[in-house]
Design a protein around this ligand. Structure first.
Ligand SMILES: *Cc1c(COP(=O)(O)O)cnc(C)c1O
Length: 409
């Protein structure tokens, strides 16, 4: 996290100290580094530059429109999973011919929207979805470009709740169903089968499952003899949340992708989400109370699982770091928890931590992906603010939700 670092004892995002920002804005809030987003995008693209891929940022990782605008400026497209995300991507300025639409449960209304907007690909996840798209396309008299999503039955080592590429997962078509779909796809006269797509899961830290997936794709192309215009290799590239996380090395995979691209003369698409935004934000929060437990102290924060869900949802590990370091020792173990009335509203426990006082500020790290986008109004709490820093410039990109808007529903 080079854009989030300490200078002496003060935590900085780019050139602004977090201490200064908490003096101006009420906590909790998300705090992003614009430079971080830009650098991650560039470095992802650079990994695969020989293949000149289209990068379709996975909007569900972070759907703040200002983040989308930054990525749009870099040339990014979008991978969307709902009509709402599709409209937001277009509103951010991303052209429909750079948008792909995934998801197992697209409604007729969402399909109609996607067809009318002429997006690059609707990535189909079942035969029955293809039949519905064909029908809607017929009514609208528009030949519609689709991709077909493969479930390669590959076990990518990641948390079971974010695996998507095993036979038991709901996503995509099995190899045999997909091959028979391809061989019969001409019957769906209003569709153009332009792509094969795959996305095997998220937070994957080993290159091997990606390489295996390429081999399954080769097998299918050979069997169907279809010259797909696009091969959409999905996202899922992991980041290092904890010290023991291995850093994924994409060099070798990228060489294989390039070989594949040349051999089958196709255009490559990637759909990274986490890799672009995951490490670009912190969630700044205040220690509301310290409370003595039987064998640990609870640090009760003013941010909860409603603001940041990943820990409760996926057992994710996110470090919590002080906004100002003090080099003194806390007595005994310390557990950071939130205010929500759920036992799972807890963040992380440390056996050793620096001396902590009530009203101190701390930051949950690496919250840029699946952070704000997964937050909710649980316990009738308003959504918190999002702030972004570009060098010394501080910009609010989402205001804290007005509590009044929650009172009438
Ligand atoms: C969520 C998702 C992605 C992004 O996954 P990351 O792990 O954030 O890179 C890409 N493609 C599809 C279809 C998705 O559902």
């Amino acid at each position: 996290m080079s854009y989030v670092r300490y200078k002496n004892n003060d935590l900085f995002v780019e050139n602004v100290s977090v201490k200064k920002i908490v003096s101006k804005f009420n906590t909790p809030f998300y705090l992003y580094s614009e430079g971080g987003v830009i650098q991650n995008y560039k470095s992802f693209l650079n990994n695969f530059k020989k293949s000149r891929p289209l990068i379709c940022f996975s909007v569900k990782a972070n759907s703040n429109i200002q983040i989308l605008k930054i990525l749009k400026k870099m040339g990014s497209g979008a991978d969307v999973v709902s009509g709402g995300e599709l409209l937001k991507a277009i509103k951010s300025g991303i052209k429909p011919n750079k948008i792909v639409f995934s998801g197992v449960g697209k409604t007729e209304e969402e399909i109609r929207l996607a067809i009318k907007k002429n997006i690059l690909l609707i990535n189909v996840e079942s035969e029955n979805e293809a039949i519905l798209i064909n029908k809607v396309a017929g009514k609208l008299k528009k030949k519609t470009s689709i991709g077909i999503r493969l479930n390669p039955d590959i076990n990518a080592p990641t948390h079971k709740k974010i695996s998507t590429g095993k036979a038991e997962d709901k996503f995509g078509l099995s190899k045999t169903s997909l091959i028979s779909f391809c061989l019969n796809s001409k019957k769906l006269r209003n569709l153009r089968l332009n792509a094969i797509s795959v996305h095997i899961g998220s937070q994957i830290l080993s290159e091997n499952p990606f390489k295996k997936t390429l081999r399954v794709l080769e097998e299918i192309i050979k069997k169907t003899k279809i010259n797909f215009k696009f091969v959409d290799l999905g996202g899922g590239f992991g980041i290092t949340y904890k010290k023991s996380d291995r850093k994924i090395n994409l060099k070798n995979y990228s060489n294989l992708v390039e070989k594949f691209r040349r051999k089958y003369n196709c255009n490559i698409i990637f759909e990274p989400g986490r890799a672009i935004v995951g490490d670009t934000a912190i969630l700044v929060t205040k220690v509301q109370y310290l409370k003595k437990g039987s064998n640990k102290t609870f640090a009760i924060l003013n941010a909860g699982m409603n603001d940041f869900m990943r820990i409760a949802l996926y057992d994710a590990v996110h470090n919590i770091i002080p906004v100002v370091k003090n080099n003194k020792k806390n007595k005994g173990p310390l557990e950071f928890v939130g205010p929500i009335c759920e036992t799972t509203c807890k963040f992380i426990k440390y056996n050793k931590y620096q001396k902590l006082n009530q009203s101190d500020y701390v930051a949950i790290s690496d919250v840029g992906a699946y952070g704000a986008s997964l937050s909710s109004n649980y316990n009738t709490k308003p959504l918190i603010a999002e702030i972004i820093i570009n060098k010394t410039k501080v910009r609010v990109i989402r205001k804290k939700q007005d509590i009044k808007s929650l009172l009438n529903q």
